[in-house]
Design a protein around this ligand. Structure first.
Ligand code: NZQ
Ligand code: ZN
Length: 389
């Protein structure tokens, strides 16, 4: 096990009716806030009214900025920064999914910074301070409700890039599984693929002697495999929704990665796909991850065989562990397909005309590698995208 520091400061408020606490929690930080949300699902579901009521009852004044799109855009972030500066706002309440939360975090780091907020996403500048952010979560997926990350897309060139800094851990995350009943099945499935991917990015490691976190990861994956079909069959299955929601948070709050090297190549490759083609991040991961696995499994056949046996209940073939390893990859692919997700670029109606461009952007024109389980250069990323065709 490697040395590590673990600290996750986000207060999680979980369960039925908890969205009514949004106003009181927010009031601890500010009297005037920016209420940030997406394309309108929260108005249809009635969550908007509940949150507004609770803000009013707590005496919190608010301005609104809606319209966050999936794969959130830099231009809206810049509007948010302007509003906060002009109105003297010092707190942002994100009501929605990963896209809304990431957009809120971007505004939060942009307000106190004199330069262009995009500098933080290209590594040109380092975050020194940020406004506090609070979250009412409506889709379990990205884990942004208690992660130190934000991912946004710059429309100028369609670059989708991430920022990680301790300054943007949300102050609180309100998680009511009932709020996820209204998710279309496809969004539920995309969320499950993303959560699964967050666990697998940590599971496939070169670090030895990490039994506890191996088994935590396996428990997380098993929980998703058991509960995702239940949530799809019955969207109002509270316990299935609750299991998925809590798994999504712990899958990405850094606990499962403690003491081990993490990978993240599949995420880097996926961000090129959703950056250009604007598909759901989870769908992109369902396409990329099995292809990445096929490309890298020989690096540690035993680890892949362990994944097959412990997560997918495949029988271990003592004479041919490689066969066991490959069966695990097939099982993962079948699982994603069974949820209604694409598992190839073709399934997502993406042709092969821009694979080279994506490999180039992902590796900054072959000047850097991505991933750590196996370090991938431009050619390797291109080969994985080709396997994903
Ligand atoms: O915009 P609205 O109308 O709210 O609709 C959303 C959106 O269309 C809808 N939705 C959300 N909750 C709903 C609902 N519809 C009905 N009922 C509900 N309860 O779902 C759609 C997708 O929402 P989005 O926020 O885009 O989904 P998700 O949470 O998967 O976020 C994806 C983004 O997070 C980034 C991804 O790259 C992607 O841009 N990620 C952020 C991470 C982080 N900050 O730590 C890590 C992840 O790996 C990921 O990269
Ligand atoms: Zn993700």
């Amino acid at each position: 096990m490697n040395n590590f520091i673990f600290q996750n400061p986000t207060k999680i408020i979980f369960g039925k009716g908890t969205e009514k606490l949004a106003g009181a929690e927010t009031k601890k930080y500010a009297d005037k806030i920016l209420l940030h949300y997406g394309g309108g699902s929260i108005k249809k579901t009635g969550l908007y009214d509940t949150v507004v009521k609770s803000l009013k009852e707590a005496g919190v004044e608010f301005l609104e900025l809606s319209g966050v799109q999936p794969n959130p855009r830099l231009s809206l972030v810049q509007q948010g920064i302007e509003i906060c500066r002009k109105e003297g706002i010092r707190f942002i309440l994100a009501v929605g999914g990963g896209s809304v939360i990431d957009s809120a975090k971007a505004i939060a780091v942009g307000v106190p910074y004199e330069g262009n907020v995009w500098d933080f996403y290209t590594g040109k500048a380092e975050v020194k301070e940020a406004l506090p952010v609070g979250v009412v979560l409506t889709i379990p997926a990205a884990g942004s409700e208690s992660s130190p990350s934000s991912v946004i897309t710059n429309e100028d060139g369609w670059y989708k890039r991430g920022l990680t800094t301790d300054h943007i851990f949300p102050k609180f995350g309100i998680l009511n599984p009932e709020l996820t009943y209204t998710l279309p099945n496809y969004q539920t499935a995309c969320g499950v693929a993303d959560i699964m991917a967050h666990i697998m990015e940590r599971y496939f490691t070169n670090t030895n002697d990490v039994e506890l976190t191996d088994r935590l990861c396996e428990a997380g994956m098993k929980t998703l495999i058991n509960n995702a079909p239940k949530a799809l069959a019955n969207p109002q299955d509270y316990s299935a929704r609750a299991e998925i929601m809590w798994t999504s948070t712990v899958a990405h709050n850094n606990l499962f990665g403690t003491g081990r090297e993490e990978d993240w190549a599949s995420h880097d490759i996926e961000h090129e796909i959703s950056g250009i083609y604007d598909i759901a991040h989870g769908a992109g991961l369902a396409i990329v991850f099995p292809a990445w696995m096929k490309y890298v499994y020989k690096q540690d056949v035993q680890r892949f065989a362990q994944f097959a046996v412990r997560v997918w209940d495949v029988d271990y073939n003592f004479f041919n562990p490689e066969e066991t390893a490959l069966k695990g990859i097939e099982k993962l692919k079948e699982f994603f397909s069974s949820l209604g997700l694409p598992v190839s670029l073709k399934d997502a109606e993406i042709d092969d005309s821009r694979l080279e461009e994506m490999a180039d952007k992902c590796t900054a024109s072959d000047t850097k590698t991505v991933g750590s389980f196996v370090k991938l250069n431009k050619q390797a990323v291109y080969d994985i995208l080709t396997l994903a065709k």
